[in-house]
Structures are given as structure tokens and as C-alpha cells.
Design a binder for this molecule. Structure first.
Ligand SMILES: Cc1cc2nc3c(=O)[nH]c(=O)nc-3n(C[C@H](O)[C@H](O)[C@H](O)COP(=O)(O)OP(=O)(O)OC[C@H]3O[C@@H](n4cnc5c(N)ncnc54)[C@H](O)[C@@H]3O)c2cc1C
Length: 813
């Protein structure tokens, strides 16, 4: 094929992910796209993958993506007329503990919510599925009938055939060598010539960091990726497996012993064992061991000693494994992002550039990833909210030490349970508040929020602060009495929370206000006041929420969640007109929230602020002699002020607030109180899965205003058509656990919606959940049931007034 000189999209990398992206683009009519592969297709991680294809994931977004992909694979061979060895064998996951059974119950519930059937099994039922294993030490397990294994090269070639049939081009043996930007277009350089294009995609697998470096001069960042060495081995053929297969006419189902950390599956008549070992190894991380320019179709040397403990354990579980020797070992490179989830979406800081890399389960996820990536390119949004895989979830703190440390932790705990009160310990303290030492001295148990360390709760005396104590799905633990005390201290007196890391931008310039009006769905605050503003996508769905503080006609501070820092900056900057100035000042200013009925008294002693100014006002004043902006808002729903100060002054201001009698409180108390007020969290309750109206934010939308903001037409149409679903608060019968994200809600046995966030409200003494329900189930008083770790809990739909202080008398006091 001669290399075209222009294309709409150039994809760099011909593994399963790049090829699936090309297939989805071409199938949607974007046929003028070219994929560059430096060697043969599949030369990276794809050719040597074991090809296991589970639906299972503890992330709803990722599981949904896998669900889509596996459905695609089941029909692909026929669709494109290319044979694929795809064995849908089913798989058992084993649980050694009650907690693991609870995790399975939760995933089974999520799966059912997206139309997948998974079954909870007793040890006997597990053995009926997988007859060759010992079950005496098991609690039970999970059966996924649609799990299986696929030939990774064949599925990639099938996608390639489909892409070509729809007109897309694949240039094999054509390495991309760099990129440049000319007149708003990308120029992708190759040894065979340049291609000018509108969009470029980094799908270079474990080379993605190297390709990512080409974008540094164009606003890019270092890609936070570590290459790990991952192994599996095959045994010689096992006669018993052969006999079983011939008798039953199918393969033995796969087994995942997730508490031990390996999978075991049939391969022809042999077994394939693949552990995720704690004593794992990264590759190519030091200058003495650089990544080679080309590693196509190569492997690392065998290192079975590293797997010995897992092999011994697996032989006890499935004694047949020990009856034959090893026929072949595969030790290949696999790229890890810090959290082990892929990067799929806009390349941070770079226009019209995208990334789809860092896949640890790229065969299972490749089909869905291609859909998601192609939607980002074609529409600028995706059908499902995919924040869990959005590259912008990581910001500037991910240096090499961070992503290496995190990759080792994540790989070594690939199948670990992610408990709601557990904080992973590797690579902490990347961003600390000036009050960090003081918080620790006060007993703070810290959590990482987009790299920022914030207090979750404050321990006292002999409280158990061990990591083990957090290995529970339960609400209660050593933190619970302290969280309750923190809430009560705020309810009855005054508390302070150090909210370091609030993302913060200044916006100014002639016309800033008018531009914002064209950008947000609602109205701007008057000068001297502040309010919440929302930005929607073209579908009217919630892109983001910000606090908007108006200092002058065209002079604003915009604040948003710590984790949204790059995401929101990009949303604002991508349509920013010439003449306006948008600056990220997150690091130079920090925030403390001082709140509770006695907060006015507290400030009376240490501040010259006018404490009579009402709710949603802000003012410049001093606190402890330091300049501060006081904003009269409180996310906990009590009288209170956010104190915004220069980071350099924060320690003195915090000390003065504490010395004046404020009780320190943490994020757990904050969360427990915000839900009593029905205040929402970004990517918890607020996401692009739902529109502003569905999220019950109609009061922040002004359809009558003349400006044509994004999503306006869609919201007008939705208002006309009427809502089919809407967010409500539920009061749930109290139990040991809070309802997890995407817990299904039923009415009269029918699925009517899902939980988005939940917490126990200590002021109202009620378990509360924010849920998205079919409109027919949203009338106050409607009785529903929420599935919480397999249990059906009765819940009652609430009205729109918050559960705590429905008149807002306390915040306006
Ligand atoms: C031992 C092992 C077993 C595995 N088992 C499974 C499994 O059972 N199930 C599962 O889902 N996943 C498994 N994986 C993971 C899976 O292999 C990867 O997630 C997946 O292959 C990633 O696909 P990709 O397209 O992102 O990257 P790759 O397959 O690595 O493709 C990237 C491509 O980019 C090309 N490239 C790089 N630089 C350039 C350039 N400058 N110009 C042009 N082309 C370039 C490379 O040659 C390569 O072909 C396994 C991995 C290993 C190591």
C-alpha cells in the first residue's frame, strides 16, 4: 500500500486497541483513517497474550466496556468472514473469605444491571463447573458463563479485515518517527513520508510513553506508564483434560483463584497458569536497562522461580497441574498505568490528540476500547461516562517514581478487593498541605485525592489505625465513632477541614462574563456573590460543576474538584476566545472550610471580616492577620465560611482557627453531611451518563437566556419530551454497609434504577443514597428495594427538600 499524504485520523500502533479503534471509526463512516504499525500487526503485547476475556470488573465503566467487546467478538468472525478461535468456556472465580463473596455479590449485581448473568456458587456448584479442583477451603465463588479465551492475533486480524472492508488503511512495517503541528493540523512523520491529519491517536502499547514524548512540545505531559514483566506457562498435554474435553465436547471452564492471585485455564489439552505475583518486576526502568528501539515479537527470559509460590498453590488446588512438565513459558511486556486501568481519551493538554494505551487486559477490553476511542474522536464525548479510563484523571504529580511504585503495587494486587475505607499505601504524600504535619499530629488518617493528602478522619487514643482494619465492606470500623463525633462537633459547635488541592482558576478579560454565559447552562452570580455553575455537553449531560466567584464584571475565580483539575481546565480553555486570560492557580491558593453554628463567633475573634454578609457572598478580609477571601458557603450545610488563603499563609491561618476552638474534621464526615443536604459529588453523582435535568439540576439551567450554550437544544428537547428518569434521595433501611455505586434499585421486583452515592447521615440518623430512578418511581414516599452486596434493603424515595435543615435556615443563619 502506498502511504497516503493526508488522512482524517492517524493511529500509531497496530495492536488490538489501535486496530479496534480503526475498525470502529471506519464502520461509523470515518474511512479516511490510516493506522501505522512499525512491524507486523500484533507485534507488541497482543501476539503473546493468553487471550482471556472476562466480563468481570469491579469498575462499572470497565465492565460495561468489556461486555460490549465480548459481544462484538462473539459475532465478529461471521461479520467479517474471518475465522477466530474463541472459546466461551465460562469461568469460576474462587472466594476464600466472606469479604470476597461480598465483592462477588456486588459484581453480580452490577452485571445483572447491564444485562449479564453471573451466578453466586457454593463450593459444590463450583466443582460441578470445574471438576478438577479442590474446594475444601473455599467459601464459594462466582460463575460467569460468558468468560472464555480468544486467539488475540486472530481477533486483531479480523478487526483489521473489517476496517479495511470499510475503507480504512493499514500501513504495516511503517514506524511513525515523530509528529509536528502545522496550521492547526498534525503531521505524522514516517520513514516512508509524512501524513497530514486532523487527529492523531497514540495506541503504541508499551511504547506509548516514548510516542507520548513527541507531544511534549505541543502541551503534552510525560505518560505515567510502567512496563511490567508478566508471565504464563503451558504444561504438556494432560490425558485427563483430553479425555474430559472429548467426552463433553468442550473445554474445561477457566478458574481464577483471585485470593491467591492467578488464573488457570485449558489450552488445547494442556493447562495455562498465569499468576500476578507480589514479587513482581518492572522492565526497562533504569538507564542501564533501556527500552530497546524494537522489541517486536520478542519475549523476556523465563523467570519461573518468581512464580514458584503460586505454582505450588495452584498444584494443590488442581492436582492435575503437577502431573505434567512445562512445555512453554511466555514472559512478555505489559504496560501499567498507576491504577492498572487503561488510558482512553483526550491526550491531556494537546489539541486533537488522543490516547488509547496502558492496557493490562487489552484483549478483553480492546473491542470496547475501540468504540470508546472512536467516539471521543468523532463526537468529543462517549456513549457511557468513561472517567475511570480518562487520561486526565492523572495530573502533574505522576513522576517516574510514582508510576513505578504504583505499578508494582497494582500488579502485585491485581485481583485485590478495593474496600471503601482502604487507602493504598504506595507513593503517598505527592502533594501535601502546609498543615500536613499538624493534621498528622492531631491524629489525621490521610487519604490521597488526586495526589493531594487530605484527612479522612481523626483517630484518638488507642484507635486501630492499621491497614488491616480497613479491609471491610462495612460502614463501621475504628473510624465510625470518630466520624460521628466530628459531625456532632460541627452540628453543635464549629469544625475545620483542610481542603487542600481544590482546583482553582482565575478568568478575566473584557467579555469574560458574556463568554461564561455562552458556556454554562445557568446564570452567573452578581459581582460580590458566588454560585454553582454547570457545563453540559451537546447532549445536555453534566460535564462539570464549578463554584463561580465573581469579583468584578469580568473577573472570576472558578473552583472545582481536585481530581477535575486538568479535565475542567481543558473544557474552559478549548473554547476560550482571544483576549481572555485563564490561569490555573491551584497550587498558590488553598482552602479551609470553617463551619458550624459557632463559626461566626470563632471568626469574631480572629478576623476583621464583615460576618453579617449573607449566604453566597464573598469578601476580602484578614484571618489571623493574613489576607484571606472568605466565601459564605458550606458543603456540610451549616453556617460557615470557606477561607481561601495564599498557600504560604495557610499554616498560620489554620493554627489560629484551631486555637480558636474549631474541631478538625475529615472527608468522611464531610461526605456524611453533604449527602444529608443532597449536595452532589463530581463523577459520583454528576456524570455524562445523565443530563442536567435528570440530575435534578433544573434550577441551575436557564433555557430562556439568549446565549446558545452547549447542550441547550438537547435540554429544550428533553424538557418538551418529559423526563424518563430523575435523581432522588433515598432513605435506606440501615444495614452494615452503604449501598455501593451502581447498586440496583427495584420496585415490585422490576429494576427501576441505580444508586450513585450513599452514606450514613449522623445528624438525621439515616442511611441515605442518591439514586437515578425511572420517572414512575420518583414520587416521594415510593417504596423501593436497593440491592446492597446481595441483600435487598427497603428504601423510601424522598422529596426534593434536603433531609437536614430543609429550610436552609442553618446555612443562612
Ligand atoms: C504474558 C501476557 C499475557 C496476557 N494475557 C492477557 C489476557 O489473557 N487477556 C487480556 O485481555 N490481556 C492480556 N494481556 C495484555 C494484552 O496483551 C495487552 O493489554 C494488549 O495486547 C494491549 O494491546 P495494545 O494494542 O494496547 O498494545 P500492543 O499490542 O503492544 O500494540 C502496540 C503496537 O504499537 C506498535 N508501535 C509502537 N510504536 C510504534 C511506532 N512508533 N510506530 C508504529 N507502530 C508502533 C507496536 O509495534 C505494537 O504492535 C497479556 C499480556 C502479557 C504480557
Amino acid at each position: 500500500m502506498s502511504l497516503p499524504s493526508t488522512a482524517r485520523v492517524v493511529i500509531i500502533g497496530g495492536g488490538i486497541v489501535g486496530v479496534s479503534t480503526l475498525y470502529h471509526l471506519a464502520k461509523a463512516g470515518w474511512s479516511d483513517c490510516v493506522l501505522l504499525e512499525k512491524n507486523e500487526l500484533t507485534a507488541g503485547s497482543t501476539w503473546h497474550a493468553a487471550g482471556n476475556c472476562p466480563n468481570f470488573s469491579t469498575s462499572y465503566g470497565v465492565m460495561n466496556m468489556q461486555r460490549y467487546g465480548l459481544e462484538l467478538y462473539r459475532n465478529l468472525a461471521e461479520e467479517v468472514d474471518y475465522p477466530i478461535n474463541y472459546h466461551v468456556t465460562g469461568a469460576v472465580r474462587l472466594a476464600h473469605t466472606h469479604e470476597r463473596m461480598m465483592e462477588f455479590d456486588r459484581v453480580r449485581g452490577m452485571a445483572a444491571h447491564m444485562g449479564l448473568q453471573m451466578d453466586i456458587c457454593t463450593p459444590d456448584e463450583l466443582q460441578q463447573h470445574m471438576p478438577f479442583m479442590e474446594t475444601h477451603d473455599l467459601e464459594g465463588g462466582l460463575w460467569d458463563p460468558l468468560d472464555g479465551d480468544i486467539d488475540p492475533s486472530q481477533v486483531t486480524q479480523a478487526l483489521a479485515k473489517g476496517a479495511r472492508a470499510h475503507g480504512a488503511k493499514i500501513a504495516r512495517f511503517t514506524p511513525a518517527t515523530g509528529v509536528s503541528r502545522e496550521n492547526g493540523e498534525w503531521v505524522v512523520h514516517t520513514e516512508k513520508g509524512d501524513i497530514r491529519c486532523d487527529y492523531v491517536v497514540n495506541a503504541a502499547g508499551y511504547y506509548a510513553a516514548r510516542v507520548g514524548d513527541w507531544f511534549l512540545p505541543h502541551g503534552g505531559r510525560k505518560v505515567p506508564l510502567t512496563v511490567m514483566s508478566h508471565q504464563y506457562f503451558l504444561t504438556e498435554a494432560i490425558p485427563e483434560i483430553e479425555a474430559w474435553t472429548k467426552e463433553h465436547g468442550r473445554k474445561v471452564p477457566m478458574l481464577r483463584d483471585v485470593d491467591t492471585s492467578y488464573y488457570l485455564r485449558q489450552d488445547t489439552y494442556s493447562l495455562n497458569l498465569g499468576p500476578y505475583e507480589r514479587n513482581c518486576q518492572a522492565a526497562w526502568v533504569t538507564s542501564s536497562d533501556p527500552m530497546p528501539d524494537d522489541f517486536s515479537f520478542q519475549l523476556y527470559p523465563d523467570d519461573l522461580d518468581r512464580l514458584e509460590w503460586y505454582i505450588m498453590d495452584a498444584m494443590e488446588r488442581v492436582p492435575l497441574l503437577g502431573t505434567q512438565g512445562v512445555s512453554r513459558n511466555i514472559n512478555g511486556p505489559i504496560p501499567y498505568a498507576p491504577d492498572g486501568l487503561p488510558m482512553i481519551g483526550p491526550m491531556p493538554g494537546v489539541p486533537n490528540a488522543f490516547e488509547a494505551h496502558s492496557f493490562t487486559f487489552g484483549i478483553a477490553q480492546g473491542g470496547g476500547a475501540g468504540k470508546v476511542m472512536s467516539e471521543w474522536i468523532m463526537h468529543g464525548y462517549t456513549e457511557w461516562d468513561m472517567w475511570s479510563t480518562d487520561p486526565r484523571r492523572y495530573t502533574d504529580y505522576t513522576d517516574q517514581q510514582y508510576h513505578l511504585g504504583k505499578a508494582l503495587e497494582t500488579y502485585g494486587h491485581e485481583y485485590a478487593m478495593h474496600f471503601p475505607h482502604h487507602e493504598w499505601p504506595a507513593e503517598r504524600n505527592k502533594k501535601t498541605s502546609p498543615n500536613h504535619d499538624r493534621l498528622i499530629a492531631d491524629g489525621a488518617q490521610m487519604g490521597a485525592y488526586s495526589g493531594w493528602e487530605r484527612a479522612n478522619w481523626f483517630a484518638k487514643g488507642s484507635d486501630d489505625t492499621s491497614e488491616e482494619a480497613t479491609h471491610t465492606w462495612d460502614r463501621s470500623g475504628p473510624w465510625e465513632p470518630r466520624v460521628r463525633e466530628e459531625v456532632e462537633a460541627i452540628r453543635d459547635g464549629v469544625g475545620v477541614i483542610d481542603m487542600c488541592g481544590f482546583s482553582r482558576y482565575t478568568l478575566s478579560g473584557d467579555g469574560a462574563a458574556e463568554w461564561l454565559r455562552c458556556t454554562i447552562a445557568g446564570a452567573l452570580p452578581k459581582v460580590g456573590r458566588m454560585n454553582l455553575i454547570y457545563i453540559a455537553d451537546q447532549r445536555g449531560r453534566v460535564l462539570t460543576e464549578m463554584s463561580c466567584i465573581r469579583h468584578g464584571e469580568d473577573d472570576f475565580t472558578l473552583m472545582t474538584a481536585a481530581v477535575a483539575q486538568w479535565h475542567d481546565f481543558e473544557i474552559l480553555s478549548r473554547s476560550l476566545p482571544d483576549g481572555l486570560t485563564l490561569k490555573d492557580i491551584t497550587k498558590s491558593v488553598t482552602t479551609m472550610l470553617v463551619t458550624g453554628p459557632k463559626s461566626r463567633d470563632l471568626f469574631g475573634g480572629i478576623s476583621d471580616a464583615d460576618l453579617s454578609l449573607g449566604w453566597l457572598t464573598h469578601q476580602q478580609a484578614t484571618v489571623a492577620g493574613k489576607p484571606a477571601m472568605l466565601a459564605r458557603v458550606s458543603f456540610v450545610g451549616e453556617l460557615g465560611w470557606e477561607v481561601h488563603v495564599d498557600t504560604a499563609d495557610a499554616a498560620e491561618v489554620y493554627a489560629a482557627i484551631r486555637d480558636a476552638g474549631a474541631t478538625p474534621f475529615g472527608m468522611y464526615a464531610l461526605n456524611a453531611m453533604r449527602i444529608e443536604k443532597g449536595y452532589l459529588t463530581w463523577k459520583g453523582d454528576l456524570s455524562t451518563d445523565y443530563s442536567l435535568f435528570e440530575t435534578n439540576l433544573g434550577r441551575f439551567v436557564r433555557l430562556q437566556k439568549p446565549q446558545d450554550f452547549p447542550g441547550k437544544a438537547a435540554l429544550i428537547a428533553q424538557e418538551k419530551a418529559g423526563l424518563t428518569k430523575r435523581m432522588v434521595a433515598l432513605v435506606v433501611d440501615p444495614d452494615e454497609q452503604d449501598a455501593p455505586y451502581m447498586a440496583a434499585v427495584f420496585k415490585d421486583g422490576e429494576r427501576v434504577g441505580e444508586v450513585l452515592s450513599s452514606a450514613y447521615g449522623y445528624r438525621v440518623e439515616k442511611a441515605i443514597a442518591m439514586a437515578m430512578l425511572d420517572i414512575g418511581s420518583t414520587a416521594p414516599g415510593t417504596v423501593v428495594a436497593v440491592e446492597v452486596y446481595g441483600k435487598m434493603l427497603k428504601a423510601t424515595v424522598q422529596g426534593d427538600d434536603p433531609l437536614w435543615d430543609p429550610e436552609n435556615a442553618r446555612i443562612r443563619a
